[in-house]
Design a protein around this ligand. Structure first.
Ligand SMILES: CC(C)(COP(=O)(O)OP(=O)(O)OC[C@H]1O[C@@H](n2cnc3c(N)ncnc32)[C@H](O)[C@@H]1OP(=O)(O)O)[C@@H](O)C(=O)NCCC(=O)NCCS
Length: 171
């Protein structure tokens, strides 16, 4: 974690976020997208970050190494308009391969758990591929527990699927 700083992402980070997602998407099969990143342009990402980087219902954090975005993590209220689900927050994290094993995901998740508590979260939830043992270890070390299995969670190609665990942290 030497020289790594964490801060909420801002609209001005939009381009860096999209580039980061392409990089990290090309480094793993564990994310919902590959090397093409997500289907969002810079203007849309700017608007998204403007509204969601820091709100009552969400928080988007970046980890920077000398000004370069090397990891991101986010929480999002599962539903803002359905009161019976307002106590649940989903969480996601990804780290550039060059920076794995330095405690960055753990640090981001610890901060996101605090941010979720501040927003009144009682349950944090995520899905993680059953084969993604390093992520599962990180989540378990922070208190997340497997609560179920989602068969065919990803479809890479017709007939090529991956199952995921649902993991929850009860705050
Ligand atoms: C899974 C992922 C998020 C983990 O990120 P990370 O920053 O490498 O995780 P951490 O460094 O916090 O923890 C990983 C390991 O490094 C170890 N570690 C923590 N701090 C460390 C340090 N300062 N130096 C060396 N190792 C350290 C941890 O103990 C842990 O070890 P373990 O696997 O033996 O338990 C990352 O590999 C990643 O982004 N993968 C691709 C995307 C992905 O899978 N995202 C999750 C989708 S659900």
């Amino acid at each position: 974690m030497k020289n790594i700083t964490m801060r909420p992402l801002r609209a001005t980070d939009a381009q860096a976020v999209l580039a980061f997602l392409k990089t990290v998407g090309g480094q793993t099969k564990n994310l919902t997208f590959g090397s093409k990143g997500i289907s969002v342009d810079v203007q849309e990402e700017r608007c998204y970050l403007d509204m969601n980087a820091e709100s009552e219902d969400s928080c988007e954090l970046g980890a920077f190494d000398g000004g370069e975005l090397v990891a991101n993590g986010s929480i999002k209220r599962v539903s803002c308009c359905r009161p019976r689900m307002a106590h649940r927050f989903s969480v996601a994290v990804s780290v550039r391969k060059s920076h794995w094993g330095q405690g960055i995901a753990t640090a981001l998740l610890k901060r996101l758990i605090q941010e979720a508590r501040i927003r009144g979260a009682e349950v944090m939830e995520l899905e993680v591929l059953c084969s993604n043992t390093s992520a599962i270890r990180v989540y378990e070390s922070l208190g997340f527990r497997i609560v179920g299995t989602y068969e065919k969670y990803f479809r890479y190609a017709p007939g090529e699927y991956a199952d995921a665990y649902w993991m929850n942290l009860y705050l």
